[in-house]
Design a binder for this molecule. Structure first.
Ligand code: PEP
Length: 248
């Protein structure tokens, strides 16, 4: 089974409009559609429309960083999945560890958000990952398995969702798990997902946490790693493009 690599950038709460448009323009201009990878950027909600306008007609897709679990209604400050779709989005990140921590999001919340994304026609990128204390206690695989079992949306299919493994302690720290640890976690994740979906050969599993041009070739070379979710390095066109090139 050939799975197309997905290189996804999470801009988090960074960049004003002119900066986001300039970054998107640099990606659109330099990312070749005929390579081995798909490229996605997830700007802050305020920039989805202008970034989508810049990326229109290019090989780079746009997505959201979060969505509400409800399709519409009295939820001040929140963004519905259909609103992201309406602006040209095709993916949405749900359950990022920063949202799980900052907004107390449980697996049940993440699952409901992923279901809202599916209903709106978006591909949810469901994030999971252990804390450093959980890894030190030897519980990393159990924690990630439990998050997958609790967070995957009803109605998920192998090609309709993406799962991103992001160890909390590796995000923005410059630290990464060993290559063997990434390999064994991804193999475990595929097994767990297969038991829920009836198969996972076509399911894309991303690794996230301090991915840079210098470590991308090794990480993306792993059999069960089908792309990367990139934070800091996605804010520099040169670095993000180099990571995409590392996909082969
Ligand atoms: C992230 O927050 O999704 C992430 C992977 O961040 P970084 O690449 O900066 O570690």
């Amino acid at each position: 089974m050939t799975r197309r690599v997905l290189i996804a950038g999470n801009w988090k709460m960074n960049l004003l409009r002119a900066e986001g448009e300039a970054l998107a323009a640099a990606l659109a201009e330099n990312f070749a559609a005929d390579g081995a990878a798909d490229m996605l950027v997830c700007p802050p909600a305020t920039l989805i429309a202008p970034v989508a306008a810049v990326l229109h007609g290019s090989a780079v897709s746009v997505g959201g960083q979060d969505c509400h679990m409800k399709p519409s209604g009295a939820h001040t400050g929140d963004v519905a999945a259909a609103m992201i779709k309406d602006l040209g989005g095709s993916y949405v990140i749900v359950g990022h560890s920063e949202r799980r921590a900052d907004h107390d999001e449980s697996d049940a919340t993440v699952k409901a958000k992923a279901e809202a994304a599916l209903s709106a026609g978006l591909v949810p990128i469901v994030c999971v990952g252990e804390t450093e204390a959980e890894r030190d206690a030897g519980k990393a695989e159990a924690v990630v398995e439990s998050q997958i079992r609790g967070s995957l949306p009803d109605g998920a299919t192998e090609t309709g969702i993406v799962i991103a493994y992001e160890p909390v302690w590796a995000i923005g720290t410059g630290r990464t798990p060993t290559i063997d640890d990434i390999a064994s976690m991804h193999a475990h994740m595929r097994k767990v997902a297969a038991s829920m979906l009836g198969g996972a050969d076509a399911l894309r599993l991303l690794y996230g946490g301090s991915v840079k041009p210098g470590n991308a070739v090794e990480i993306l070379g792993l059999a069960d790693v089908d792309g990367a979710l990139v934070g800091g390095a996605s804010l520099k066109a040169e670095d993000f493009l180099a990571i995409a090139t590392a996909a082969g």
